[in-house]
Design a protein around this ligand. Structure first.
Ligand SMILES: [Fe+2]
Ligand SMILES: [Fe+2]
Length: 450
């Protein structure tokens, strides 16, 4: 086996290079995330057969500093520089690769340099991939199966490269990727049910833990939410497992809301945990809707329970769409997005109807919940989104619509780094919803603890 030194402060790249260079050219890498550490290794002549470095590490010209040190010591060793930001990039002193995650290219280059025949990457059968939210992977301490990362925005299967082998310990890494804004990794499609089942066992255990603190609860409940989304997206039917985990999650959402009794604080705590958009607006929506039915003259605890149920499921069929396009927010924008396939757009347009049909099969589904879900974008057939909110839908559907709109506005403020003001949001809602029945609901928001 050949050995080399990898100099990179990008942990995802490090994991990918490690795994793939080992697998395809049997190259073992020592990684240094700081340039000073790497230079020490070079001083000690412990770099092995090849040095691979990002052109810049921690804002310093890593390529240049490494070459200068090697020159000074009179050492000749092949150096691959990834990226073109170094003064030595594209010079004869190094072999330069573009700054993208083109794994076949680096494997080929290393194989040429080391005089090894690389195992053919294309010959390996390429499975279909299924996005797995990092929140779900966080439930595992070891990779439940081979885990892949997508290296470009295209949908070609060539762009998936493996990052973990089954059994690798991943807890710290997954949290790190999440911090860095990665939201999905990928697993072979054929294994998804198995993995989701395993995750669901772990998460159900955690949801029962009475000692969870608020932030842990927010996280674990999101895992449960993602599992339900994954299971429903897969089987399109309510299995006993879906029922069990949904119930636990709904109870857990109630606890979250009770523990963080102000709207803005709840939003902050969810943002701090980097929760996905769907889950965030589902929990926040529950909070707002419960407030409204507590406040409104005809409201009751039964309505509040019904709305909790409805908010948990109303957008569940969008889960796979958001999983594939984590950069997107706001449901209505989805329809116009070029990155969505026609099939995905169809799901978006029909998601209210699909969810409404699904909940009907849920044992002891609260009465009328299916109708509220059907109408949650203001249409009576559960298809599309209305711009003209009419009176012909159920009062609780109106509560849901107003709650959803309120939360959306709150998230917009946060996105634009504006401090949300309750009065402004309420004014905006009054402009958007002109019918008297909606206005009565909006008026209940004046007293929300904000
Ligand atoms: Fe929706
Ligand atoms: Fe929604």
């Amino acid at each position: 086996m050949a050995h080399g030194l990898l100099v990179s402060d990008h942990h995802l790249i490090n994991d990918i290079y490690h795994f793939n260079l080992k697998a395809y050219v049997d190259l073992g890498l020592t990684t240094k995330v700081s340039l000073d550490e790497a230079l020490k290794v070079i001083e000690l002549d412990a770099f092995g057969d090849i040095i691979i470095t990002l052109s810049q590490v921690g804002e310093r010209d890593a390529g240049l500093e490494i070459i200068e040190l090697l020159d000074k010591k009179g050492i000749e060793v092949p150096v691959i520089v990834v990226g073109e930001k170094s003064k030595v990039s594209n010079t004869s002193k190094v072999s330069t690769l573009p700054a993208n995650l083109n794994i076949p290219l680096i494997v080929k280059r290393c194989a040429e340099i080391l005089g090894i025949t690389a195992q053919d990457m294309i010959a390996k059968s390429v499975p279909d991939f299924y996005p797995i939210p990092l929140t779900l992977l966080e439930a595992f301490s070891e990779a439940p199966c081979a885990v892949f990362v997508k290296t470009s925005r295209s949908t070609s299967n060539d762009d998936f490269v493996q990052v973990f082998e089954k059994g690798t310990s991943i807890k710290a890494k997954v949290s790190y990727y999440k911090e860095k804004g990665v939201s999905n990794l990928f697993i072979p499609s054929g294994l998804r049910l198995e993995v989701v089942n395993e995750a669901s066992k772990i998460v159900m255990g955690l949801l029962d833990d009475p000692n969870l603190d608020a932030s842990q609860r927010v996280k674990v409940t999101e895992q449960g939410y993602d599992i339900v989304g994954g299971l429903l997206g897969e089987a399109k039917e309510v299995t006993p497992q879906v029922v069990e985990i949904s119930k636990k999650c709904m109870d857990s959402v109630k606890t979250i809301i009770q523990e963080v009794p102000r709207a803005k604080n709840l939003l902050m705590s969810m943002l701090e945990n980097k929760t996905g958009y769907l889950y965030l607006h589902s929990v926040m929506g529950t909070y707002v809707a419960r407030h409204i039915v507590n406040e409104i003259s005809w409201g009751s605890e039964e309505h509040a329970e019904k709305l909790s149920f409805v908010f948990f499921f109303h957008d569940m069929f969008l889960a796979p769409v958001f999983a594939r396009h984590p950069e997107l927010q706001f449901e209505e924008d989805l329809v116009f997005h070029d990155s969505l396939s026609e099939r995905e757009k169809e799901v978006v347009i029909n998601h209210a109807r699909l969810a409404s049909e699904m909940v009907k099969t849920f044992p002891r589904c609260p009465m009328g919940a299916d109708a509220i879900i059907l109408q949650h974008h203001g249409t009576t057939n559960g298809m599309g989104f209305t711009l003209d909110y009419k009176d012909d839908i159920s009062p609780l559907a109106k509560v849901l619509i107003i709650s959803d709109a309120f939360v959306e506005e709150l998230i917009r403020c946060k996105n634009e780094i504006r401090d949300p003001l309750l009065g402004d949001i309420v004014t905006l809602l009054h402009k958007r919803f002109t019918k008297h029945t909606y206005k009565k609901i909006i008026n209940c928001l004046d007293s929300i603890s904000f």
